[in-house]
Design a protein around this ligand. Sequence first.
Ligand code: ADP
Length: 655
Amino acid sequence: MSAEDGSAFDIYRQRVERPLFRLFTEYGPGRLKWLTVGMVANVFARGASLLPPLVLGVAIDSVLSGDSPYSLPLVPSGWLPTTDLEQFWFSVWLIVGSFIVTAVFTWVYGVAANNFAHRVMHAVRTDSFETMQRLDMTFFDDKQTGEVLSVLNNDANNLENFLDNALQNSVRLGVMIVGIAIILFSLNWQLAMVTLVAVPALFGLTVWFMRAVEPRYVARRASVGNLNTRLENALSGVELVKTSGTESYETGRVEDASWRYFRDTMAVLRLNYVYRPGMELLAGISFAITFIIGGLWIFRGQGPLFLTGTLSSGEFVTFLFMTQRFVTPLAQVSNIVDQYENAKASCERVFGLMDIPSQITEAEDPVELEDVEGHVEYDHVDFGYAGVADGEPEELVIEEVRFEAEPGETVAFVGPTGAGKSTLLKLLIRLYDPVDGEVRLDGHDIRELSLESLRNHIGYVSQTTFLFDGTVAENIRYGRFGADREEVIDAAKSAEAHEFITALPDGYDTRIGERGVKLSGGQQQRLSIARTMLQDPEVLVLDEATSAVDTETEMLIQRSLDTLSADRTTFVIAHRLSTVREADEILVLEDGQIVERGDHESLLEEDGLYAKLWGVQAGEIDDLPEAFVQRARERAAERTDRLDAQADSLSPNDD
Ligand code: ADP
């Protein structure tokens, strides 16, 4: 998704300031002890790892060649052994000891650093999921789930990597550089200058690398996003791909995306090919210079060039070892920078998601409805879908709609596609709020009710049923988790689902969904009716399926819907003649307005839009008035435009 499209997500993402700082201030407190322990242990582990070369140098000078007294920095000489043999074993134990200390602290550091990183990420993941759930439908309308998933998944992983590795690697780098410099300077500052003369060059190379690699990292991140979107699209649209025989076209697109990713990765790697060997080479040069100068110094007994004083063989050995220690942590710099940049971008996206405000919020002191009669009233309701840029509706899709349903009544909505039937009913469960006017349930403006109590009293059976991965019983119980087995079976019976469920391999305990048995469309629908049956809402919203099922299934579904809607206030987007005919009131919608209302007979008599729609369905009218067809075409074109706009927003990442 490009940043220019101005969706709420991008707008809030761009507004996030100092994301990583915010991560620490919001999620650090309470977990900082892990971080502190990790950092301290890291410092000790690295410090201890510098001890062996130092002790080795001292041992060579005093024990093996016996030139100088046995002394260690920071240790009082009274504590040290006096005989050569004791000093030898003391050195051995010191070296072994520091290996053990390094190992123990590395362990402590690993445990603490991992705990910090993963505890923070657990909290971030849970929080961002929770925020994502409370976001308005408007957000999901123009947002691909793939992108939200990638925030919850990839971005969270990037942050984890940063907190886990990059943070500790930079501590390690700091300790190594400072520690080695201190040791070398305290041993022999002149030779230290010679050894460290390569350090500015190492830094110079690193800075060059970071500058050069940065735009390439950005390009690579974009192309990996692009590739993921492509893969995700092709997978979720696999049915379309197969039915249109466009496999090779999709392969081509994935190949392009993959090639772009390859190309951008290689651009990063090409720099790495120069950087890493360059670092090794500079370190090698530093080693060679130290070896030549130090060697000549010992060899001749006096410093070459302008160097003065003495250099012992032990010091020389320590120098050579230390020079080797420099490179590995320095070469990590590029990884640290990469992980830091990734984490910053990811953190921005995570907080961008969390910062999106929801429009559908509860009143300060929401009313909890206990007993609901089911009296519903739409009072001069206007509604338009929010424009992506400023949240203001571009045009009204519902205008001046007003009607009332008494408890237990059935109101049917009919009208051409795009007239606003689904939208109108979505307002009742507050998937969206009206721009103007009020929707009332039992006399309360639904915005005064707690969302939970509103939605608990309204059942929604949509055309597209969704079943979770789980057993049949779990799916029926979804939303009323406390229901016992008997209630589940009763609900299934009233939904005409009991028969087919008992025929499944494990009956009510059969796993369905992604990893289980597949159910037919009609069966899925009856399960979702059973779920609503169990919920036992006072108000029911039905979006009748248009897709054809066989007559027998249709009859079963119809029967179960009749049972479901009996004694409940029911709103139905009606496609079936039987439903329409039996409704207490029929509202005919066109372009968001109610153009006709009444019962079946009176509407037929009126001979308006309803009579025409009815006539087409019943096969009585072959020729529709030209004006009507024209309007239908225009509406279809508008719809196509909207879908095109959505499809555009589904196109690859460019940022
Ligand atoms: P119906 O249910 O009668 O077919 P809808 O309520 O689905 O009609 O659509 C009413 C109008 O609102 C149409 O013009 C449609 O294109 C538009 N619309 C529907 N859903 C959205 C959405 N999520 N975002 C923007 N416009 C939408």
